[in-house]
Ligand binder design. Structure first.
Ligand code: PEP
Length: 249
């Protein structure tokens, strides 16, 4: 099975109303690979504006979501509230949520499950910290993150998920994983999919790479057999994002 190449942009909290509109204008006039699936994650206050202005070939995503649809959860956004604005995607488990805001594997699973209950698509982010890689624990950490979600969701629900492997040491640091290191981690994730969900899921679930992807390194990363695209942070708010979207051409 050929997995459709996927590029997500994560603008984090790096945009203003005006700069996001410039990014949208730039994307709308660019010649983008129509074979690549494209998603842009924006701060929640701009979701509606982005949805209204962005070329519909680029889906709009939330950067996080809560696992419940209503209740006393100040500051959170419900899956049904995203649906109210026709937002079909969300990130969950981004490393900044895990490490700055202390969301643990169970919190991330709860949020992801809540999104899936409302048929949202999820870019589910996982990845190890530098000390975990250096102590040889990458596989263990990543598998724990995958298992924590797998215990709560059905095999069918994995079809709504794109797994973003984002080693924490590579996010926003300029230290991109080499294509070989990234490929090895993606291959291990693919193996986990085979063992836990079967060959069909392993063949169809996309595993994308994130961590200092730029216009200079995206080409070599895209050639790796188990890398199905990218989640792009810093470069997603720059004109080079267009080049990264077209990396698989
Ligand atoms: C991210 O925020 O998901 C990310 C990968 O950031 P950066 O590309 O800046 O490393």
């Amino acid at each position: 099975m050929v997995r459709q190449f996927f590029v997500g942009g994560n603008t984090k909290m790096q945009v203003t109303f005006n700069s996001l509109n410039d990014i949208i204008e730039n994307l709308n006039k660019a010649d983008l690979d129509d074979k690549t699936e494209k998603v842009l994650a924006v701060p929640s206050i701009y979701l509606s504006e982005a949805k209204n202005r962005l070329n519909p070939s680029i889906a709009v995503s939330a950067q996080n979501v809560y696992g419940k649809n209503t209740g006393a959860f100040t500051g959170e956004i419900a899956p049904t509230q995203l649906k109210d604005f026709d937002i079909k995607w969300t990130l969950t488990g981004h490393s900044e949520r895990r490490h700055i805001f202390k969301e643990n594997d169970d919190d991330v699973a709860m949020r992801t499950k809540g999104a899936l209950n409302e048929q949202l698509n999820v870019i589910f982010c996982i990845g190890e910290k530098l000390e975990e890689r250096e102590s040889g624990k990458t596989k263990e950490v990543v598998q724990h993150q995958l298992n924590s979600l797998n215990k709560d969701i059905s095999k069918e629900e994995w079809s709504k998920i794109v797994i973003a492997y984002e080693p924490v040491w590579a996010i926003g640091t300029g230290k991109v994983a080499t294509p070989e290191i990234a490929q090895e981690a993606h291959k291990d994730i693919r193996q986990w999919l085979t063992t836990n969900l079967g060959q069909d899921a392993a063949d169809s679930v996309r595993v994308i790479y994130g961590g200092s992807v730029s216009h200079t390194n995206c080409g070599d990363l895209a050639k790796q057999p188990d890398i199905d695209g990218f989640l792009v942070g810093g470069a997603s708010v720059k004109p080079e994002f267009v080049h990264i979207i077209n990396a698989n051409q």
